[in-house]
Design a protein around this ligand. Structure first.
Ligand SMILES: Cc1cc2nc3c(=O)[nH]c(=O)nc-3n(C[C@H](O)[C@H](O)[C@H](O)COP(=O)(O)O)c2cc1C
Length: 193
């Protein structure tokens, strides 16, 4: 049995990529605003290791504002075809500029131009305005490389709690909770479902 939660996540994620019809890396990220109001939205996991779980976004978006103001987040994966859930909670930090640049460079040109064109989370008067901004970006960058916008980068959630939920017969579901220990390492226990 795997007793390291990062390795267990790897194993489940590998199975999810093989079983889910699409976006096995989709996860909900929950943040809390200055007024105490939680909000959540889906993002795509773009990297993970012992340091944490990384996603990319617009740094002027609602989520980014909330995560900068209150740098704690909850992540949630639900792999429906496997009937599994993983819950992750922890502190949030920005990825390095070099890491952001490297990931941005790996994206399709359309996605790169879209990152420049979108004022994510701000009101948009009409779809045409967005399309016109996108068209402006295709002209602005012409055939040259598209650099990472200064307002676009990644966040890393450093896990402090990771819970693995597995559907079992007769609703006797299994929950394994791992809690990070101060000196390093993890404690592990079961929870009633
Ligand atoms: C499956 C899926 C994946 C998504 N992935 C991302 C992502 O990686 N980064 C991102 O900024 N938004 C992503 N979105 C859009 C977000 O859910 C959200 O609409 C957007 O980031 C604005 O959120 P905010 O206003 O709370 O900041 C995704 C949406 C879906 C449904």
């Amino acid at each position: 049995m795997i007793t390291d939660p990062i390795l267990l996540f790897d194993a489940w994620f590998t199975e999810a990529r093989a079983s889910e019809p699409n976006d096995a890396n989709a996860m909900a990220v929950a943040s809390v605003g200055a007024d105490g109001q939680p909000s959540s939205r889906m993002v795509l996991l773009k990297g993970h290791d012992a340091r944490g779980f990384v996603f990319y976004t617009n740094l002027e978006s609602r989520k980014a504002g909330e995560l900068i103001g209150n740098p704690r987040a909850a992540l949630l994966f639900h792999w429906k075809s496997l009937r599994r859930q993983v819950r992750i909670e922890g502190a949030v930090g920005r990825v390095s500029d070099a890491e952001g640049d490297a990931y941005f460079a790996s994206r399709s040109r359309d996605s790169q131009l879209g990152a420049w064109a979108s004022d994510q989370s701000r009101p948009l008067d009409a779809r045409e305005t967005f399309e016109a901004r996108y068209a402006e970006m295709t002209v602005r960058f012409a055939d040259g490389p598209v650099p990472r916008p200064p307002h676009w980068s990644g966040f890393r959630v450093a896990p402090e709690r990771i819970e693995f939920w597995q559907d079992r017969a007769h609703r006797l579901h299994e929950r394994r909770l791992f809690v990070a220990q101060d000196g390093g390492g993890w404690s592990e226990g079961l929870l009633y479902p």
